[in-house]
Design a protein around this ligand. Structure first.
Ligand code: PDD
Length: 289
């Protein structure tokens, strides 16, 4: 079975899906996207992902080409027509194809809509037992990091800086003062048994996994605070966690070459990881009933 993708109303094998070189996604990075994990062929938190997509589209003034039921139909068809039970979906909407001009096409053109699927491989037990390494860097992105924009050059360069250092992630610091997020993840800090999360604002992506982790903390009486996290607090954390749709919850055990806490995944990670796995299973059971 070849990978099947969705492009502008049709389903194609990946190799046959083509867009114009004048697509504004290609020319300007003028578009937005979503990444949605799929467990046992069910899209996880689909409503929340579609709502975030709507927020991103509103922010960049692209009309949503589909209502929620059409998106759900497309998503479910892609899930059914691809091979593995666990997948992750990439949804991508650009402003469409037009002669190159920075201002929006006038009259407006039809947005380009693309959906593809990859097999989802969540972090292996060996990685979870050891944790991953990260580096810190200046957050040199724009002031609308809440938009899930496809123009990701700063994030690409920041993640590559981590890769060059043999690390998994770059944690960004704004104004040499406070932590925002990872190049492609949200970051939590643990200090004296309290889970600290940076507030959702224009300087970070409102992660769906971030929400799940905070809901679990709330439901299970884990002390937590949502507030600005200072650079010093990041650098002296007892534990660091990174979260994303594809990585779920991962412990960061080495930061800028220094051990985080005792250099091993800590009790907050163990607790949240177990809760996250149980929650995932329960949600799937609920859907099956
Ligand atoms: N990225 N912050 C940034 C900058 C991200 O790119 C991501 C996810 C997150 C976590 O969001 P969520 O929990 O909703 O996945 C935070 C995806 C996985 C990506 O670009 O591939």
């Amino acid at each position: 079975m070849s990978e099947i993708v969705y492009l502008n109303g049709e389903f194609f094998p990946l190799a046959e899906a083509k867009v114009s070189v004048l697509d504004r996604g290609f020319v300007f990075g003028d578009g937005v996207y979503e990444v949605i994990p799929v467990y046992s062929r069910r899209a996880f938190r689909l409503d929340e992902h579609l709502q975030r997509l709507q927020n991103s589209l509103n922010s960049v003034r692209i009309d949503n080409p589909h209502d929620a039921s059409t998106w759900t139909e497309i998503v479910n068809t892609i899930i059914a027509r691809n091979e593995t039970d666990d997948q992750y979906l990439y949804l991508h909407v650009t402003r469409g194809v037009a002669k190159r001009d920075h201002a929006f096409p006038n009259p407006p053109v039809t947005p380009t809509v693309f959906v593809m699927s990859y097999p989802l491989s969540t972090p292996l037990p060996t990685l979870l037992q050891k944790g991953v390494s990260a580096i810190t860097a200046v957050d040199n992105r724009w002031l609308r990091c809440d938009i899930k924009a496809i123009s990701l050059l700063p994030n690409v360069l920041l993640r590559q800086a981590a890769a060059d250092a043999g690390c998994a992630e770059t944690i960004m610091i704004r104004d040499n003062e406070f932590m925002t997020e990872g190049a492609a993840s949200n970051i939590f800090v643990v200090k004296n048994g309290t889970l600290l999360a940076p507030p959702k604002n224009n300087l970070m992506l409102p992660g769906i996994t971030y929400d799940v982790v905070l809901e679990l903390a709330e439901a299970h009486g884990i002390p937590h605070q949502i507030r600005k996290i200072l650079k010093e607090e990041l650098l002296t954390a007892d534990e660091l966690l990174m979260t994303s749709s594809t990585k779920e919850v991962l412990p960061i055990t080495l930061l800028d070459g220094q051990p985080v806490g005792n250099g091993r995944p800590g009790p907050m990670f163990e607790k949240l990881y177990q809760l996250y796995q149980t929650f995932k299973r329960d949600v799937m059971r609920q859907h099956k009933a």
